[in-house]
Design a protein around this ligand. Structure first.
Ligand SMILES: Cc1ncc(COP(=O)(O)O)c(C=O)c1O
Length: 432
């Protein structure tokens, strides 16, 4: 049963929140107080004062099967009463073993190891460190890293270093390591980016190429073609460069296929995963790699061990949630839902395309992004505030990236609910 506080009680709780809690990506001064969520079910968030809000962004892109999904909840409950956690060095457990089997069966062929951590940033850190140590273990100096302009890979120092230098990273700039950045390859600059890439490769010492495959999410859902990325991976591999696909966002059906890497013929050596892996219930990160990487660590030389681990590595409860989430994901009804969301997005895109208040509208799998023609496209475009409050007034959570509105619903959303979101977007566009 949801707990309802009286109005007085509620402002009291929010005041305690204000006093005690530092929220992510949120200024400490100014702005509206947070909403108090007392429960969530399916695609809806329930507030203490009786509002029912559509979670059209899957709570920062983590939720796949709806909130409080009973199958995942049950798997978690069962796991908590048998094994809550155990050190993962020298010990193992059934939920992690089962999850490794499931993930390796889903990942592109050739992937052979699963390394657990606890969020997207750490999954990326692990991937980077594996790639760097891959060369170290062989005594080779291939220290250059290539990344894409506009990238976002997380908030730890390694992941910040390979990300866009700007608003999020400015205070830390002097502490970030050097990376060679290439532009996002789009149709207009294809030749130029390919040449830039080749020229960096031929300058020597390149050890690693890391990218968000097909879509840069935090940069404003910027999409690019699989064919181009395929070429970049091919060139990188021809030059013996370790390729890392950061699928923290794109994994588990978001782009229409299980992994964005499934769109390419050339596969990365390392894939990083998190977000949707537990269906949005619990934190878990995974870094998977192929035998090329593994072989550089298969040695009796203790000094070449991968010395990385977190206290909660492979937490059994998180693994149990992930096992349940993977079973739901691979079920034909979920796959059909993913296709349906894509079809509906495409239809809506065709309806609004050409509007003079839209700079661009794009769809990839279950992701719909609408770039509003209002000033420069940027995370700090001021229109974001009016977009957010307009949709919140309609009880729809759409948290735009500046002037880019995106819809990224849990897969359990139905036609009427999608219609409600599209109708609200039409209403918003009509006001511009
Ligand atoms: C592509 C990508 N990589 C890594 C991350 C970082 O994940 P986390 O927020 O779980 O650290 C994100 C988060 O948005 C992401 O989109």
């Amino acid at each position: 049963m949801p707990v309802y506080f009286s109005r007085i009680g509620m402002s009291d709780r929010i005041n305690v929140d204000r006093e005690n809690i530092w929220h992510p990506f949120t200024p400490l001064e100014g702005g509206d107080p947070p909403l108090l969520i007392t429960s969530a079910k399916g695609i809806y968030l329930h507030t203490n004062d009786g509002r029912k809000i559509i979670d059209a962004v899957s709570s920062w892109w983590v939720n796949l099967h709806g909130h409080s999904n009973p199958t995942i909840a049950e798997a978690i409950a069962k796991q908590t009463s048998s094994l809550e956690h155990v050190i993962f060095a020298g010990f193992t457990h059934e939920p992690a073993i089962r999850l490794s089997e499931k993930l390796l069966a889903m990942l592109p062929s050739g992937f052979s190891k699963i390394f657990f951590s606890d969020n997207g940033s750490t999954a990326v850190e692990v991937g980077l460190k594996m790639a760097i140590q891959y060369w170290y273990n062989q005594g080779k100096d291939k220290r250059k890293i290539i990344a894409l302009n506009g990238a976002y890979h997380g908030d730890t120092f390694g992941s910040m270093s390979i990300g866009e230098r700007g608003l999020f990273t400015n205070p830390f700039f002097p502490y970030l390591f050097d990376v060679e950045f290439i532009d996002l390859p789009i149709q207009e600059n294809e030749e130029q980016v390919l040449n830039q890439f080749k020229s960096i490769l031929s300058s020597g010492n390149v050890g690693c190429f890391i990218f968000e495959p097909l879509i840069q999410a935090a940069a404003g859902m910027r999409m690019y073609s699989a064919a181009l990325l395929d070429k970049l991976i091919q060139y990188a591999k021809e030059n013996d460069v370790v390729c890392i696909a950061d699928e923290v966002f794109t994994g588990f059906g978001r782009t229409g296929k299980t992994f964005a890497s499934d769109y390419m013929e050339n596969k990365p050596n390392i894939i990083t995963l998190s977000k949707g892996i537990t269906g949005g219930f619990l934190p878990l990160g995974v870094t998977s790699c192929d035998n090329k990487i593994v072989n550089a660590f298969k040695t009796q030389d203790f000094t070449k061990t991968f010395f990385h681990g977190h206290s909660y590595t492979a937490n059994p409860i998180s693994c149990a949630a992930a096992n349940a989430s993977m079973d739901l994901l691979t079920h034909p009804s979920c796959q059909r839902q993913i296709e349906k969301i894509n079809e509906r997005h495409e239809i809506f895109k065709n309806q609004i395309q050409g509007s003079n208040v839209i700079k661009d509208v794009r769809v990839l799998g279950t992701i719909l992004a609408i770039e509003i023609a209002s000033g420069e496209t940027s995370y700090i475009n001021d229109i974001r505030k009016s977009i957010y409050s307009f949709f919140m007034d309609q009880n729809i959570l759409l948290r735009p990236l500046g002037n880019v509105i995106y819809v990224l619903p849990p897969y359990v959303i139905n036609d009427d609910e999608l219609d409600q979101i599209y109708a609200a977007i039409n209403k918003f566009l009509a006001r511009l």
